[in-house]
Design a protein around this ligand. Structure first.
Ligand code: DGT
Ligand code: CA
Ligand code: CA
Ligand code: ZN
Length: 576
């Protein structure tokens, strides 16, 4: 795995944070921050330069010292100075740094003024009302620190789906290779495509159960074996994730898969229905008295209870059992239904690839279109575009479009929503664009009423096409801001514009429940990766998983439309 520019940038940012906590020379701190920004904006992968034996001195802001550190990082994957810095500070301070709203400056003050060295001491100080006494902190900060600590403890129990997925794939491959394995399925929340995973559940049918158990506990990534029996074992992987494995007989495989896929609430509803018919459903089969009437496949199990087969993603007891009883099921959207992506960045703002590279990558996926929506000027940290640069970018897109066949780059912008709900660029700038994506990147702590009104006002702009990442949450890192999404959905319906399901696996915003709500209201959803590099286009699978959990069908999604139809729908969202 090569070291990406983003990794180097992150390392430099961390060095800057740690130096700042230590109270080092602010110019030195700034040098690392600037270098980090330069590197993330750089089109060219630095590891290639280093591998060619070239020097990186000469890139603005990268002198001899930083250049050496880049070389070290590319070759060894680490920077010695960063590791020394980490070791020289109480590890608790680094945890404090990760709380929302606590930057290095504030962590340093807390450490110096209150001698707080970790989250436990920080929580104690907050509970004792000591933090509000510090100049510049106040009651609101104190409360938000307490809330942040509380959420950390909640987050620690679960993993983001995207963090689990590569481990799940590798483990599945390892187990499938065990001789005698007939069937293998991932069950539980992972199969239901939940955005976070508590533990991973695996079901296997095998000729030789002992061989599967042995291979499982001997797996490379296993850190600890919690239990190992004849047909059941549990381990903890190095990343801290628990995995439960069960070997089940062929005639029960479907029943076990149904049972261990869950959700618990779904299963309870299914069992209740079965009971009314004099049947019992358990992990071994569907039983009438002592006799098993189904169990080999999941479809058989549902059919025996009089239900259509519900896709795993909607098994949350949100209406699917009642609907399945009528023999119907929604035809959920699939990855192949997506015809293009409507929210992507390029080297013009904070993306790592050029417009052309992004477009070629999209075309290679079989897409018909890709919208370039770089940030607007207020986002200076992301090198946001003003009217002049946006006009130049449009020229480039027109020039590039002449070189493509059967594929179109759409002209867009991700325009910042200002505090009062107005947009960061003047309306006339939007005139020539195909679409205007709007989103919030600041003022997350407004009241619910203020935030909702702000967003409504942004939707009211006659050029607004899509509201991106509407709740601003970062899974396992930042809670959504206070906002009344049902009201936003209703407003989007009246206004005739669209809402995004951001497919970045950190965001998945809108969430499943809100997607379902939007579908019922008839508001089209745009599923977009918000790509900052070509490989991000692959994140669409996470978006599809969440969309399916939200009951979305092909027709509920804007970017399943062929280009000609899409252009009509984009134009239709304009109001003047
Ligand atoms: P997770 O691991 O927290 O992300 O969520 P799940 O849904 O994977 O839950 P898990 O691993 O505890 O159990 C997997 C499935 O097995 C669950 O969705 C339903 C079923 N199951 C487990 N324990 C029970 C139980 O006590 N009662 C019922 N009805 N089902 C259970
Ligand atoms: Ca589980
Ligand atoms: Ca489990
Ligand atoms: Zn974006």
């Amino acid at each position: 795995m090569p070291v990406h520019n983003a990794d180097i940038a992150a390392a430099f940012d961390e060095i800057a944070d740690l130096l700042e906590i230590k109270g080092e020379n602010p110019f030195r701190v700034r040098a690392y921050r600037n270098a980090s920004r330069t590197i993330s904006d750089l089109g060219e992968p630095l590891h290639e330069r280093v591998e060619r034996g070239e020097d990186v001195v000469g890139i603005p802001g990268i002198g001899k010292d930083l250049s050496q550190k880049i070389g070290q990082m590319v070759i060894t994957g680490r920077i010695a100075q960063l590791e020394e810095l980490r070791a020289s500070l109480p590890p608790g301070l680094l945890e404090m740094l990760r709380l929302p709203g606590l930057g290095p400056k504030r962590v340093k003050i807390l450490h110096d003024d209150l001698n707080v060295r970790d989250l436990t001491q920080l929580e104690k100080a907050a509970r004792e009302g000591k933090i509000r006494e510090i100049k510049g902190f106040g009651e609101k900060t104190e409360a938000s620190i307490l809330r942040g600590i509380e959420m950390r403890q909640v987050y620690a129990k679960r993993f983001r789906r995207s963090a689990v997925a590569p481990y799940a794939d590798a483990l599945v491959k390892h187990l499938r290779a065990v001789p005698g394995v007939k069937q293998l399925e991932l069950a539980g929340s992972f199969r239901r495509a939940r955005e976070t995973i508590g533990d991973l559940d695996i079901l296997v049918e095998a000729e030789d159960s002992a061989a599967v158990m042995d291979a499982f506990v001997a797996y490379d990534e296993v850190q600890q074996v919690l239990a190992k029996g004849e047909t059941k074992a549990s381990v903890v992987l190095r990343l801290g994730l628990q995995v439960d494995l069960r070997v089940v007989p062929r005639e029960s495989f479907g029943a076990a898969l149904q049972y261990f896929t869950g959700s618990k609430e779904h299963n309870i509803a299914v069992r209740k229905l079965a009971q009314a018919k004099g049947l019992k459903v358990n992990e071994y089969g569907v039983m009438r008295g002592e006799e098993s009437v189904a169990g080999r496949t999941e479809k058989d199990v549902y059919a025996a209870v009089g239900l259509a087969w519900p896709p795993p993603e909607i098994r949350e007891n949100r209406g699917e059992v009642e609907l399945a009883a009528t023999g119907k099921m929604p035809k959920l959207i699939e990855a192949g239904d997506i015809r293009g992506d409507l929210h992507n960045h390029s080297t013009w703002s904070d993306g790592a690839n050029t417009i052309e590279e992004m477009a070629r990558a999209a075309q290679a996926l079989g897409y018909e279109y890709l919208a370039i929506c770089d940030h607007s000027k207020r986002l200076t940290v992301a090198n946001g575009l003003d009217a002049v640069r946006l006009a130049k970018q449009m020229d480039e897109i027109e020039r590039l479009n002449k070189t493509f066949d059967g594929f179109r780059i759409l002209k867009g912008v991700e325009c910042d929503i200002l505090e009062d709900g107005s947009l960061d660029l003047e309306d006339r700038v939007f005139e020539e664009l195909d679409l205007v994506v709007v989103s919030v990147h600041s003022k997350f702590n407004l009241t619910r009423e203020e935030q909702t009104t702000r967003m409504q006002k942004a939707l009211d702009n006659p050029y607004t096409t899509i509201l991106a990442h509407p709740t601003g949450r970062l899974i396992q890192e930042r809670e959504p801001y206070e906002i009344d999404i049902p009201r936003i959905i209703e407003h989007a319906r009246q206004r005739g514009c669209y809402l995004e399901l951001n497919a970045n696996p950190m965001r998945l915003d809108l969430n499943d429940v809100y997607c379902q709500m939007a579908k019922e209201a008839g508001v089209l959803i745009s599923i977009d990766v918000d790509g900052h590099q070509a490989q991000d286009l692959g994140n669409i699978s996470f978006g599809i998983g969440q969309a399916r959990r939200g009951w979305l069908e092909k027709k509920s999604v804007l970017n399943t439309r062929p280009l000609s139809e899409l252009l009509k729908l984009l134009a239709k969202a304009r109001r003047f």
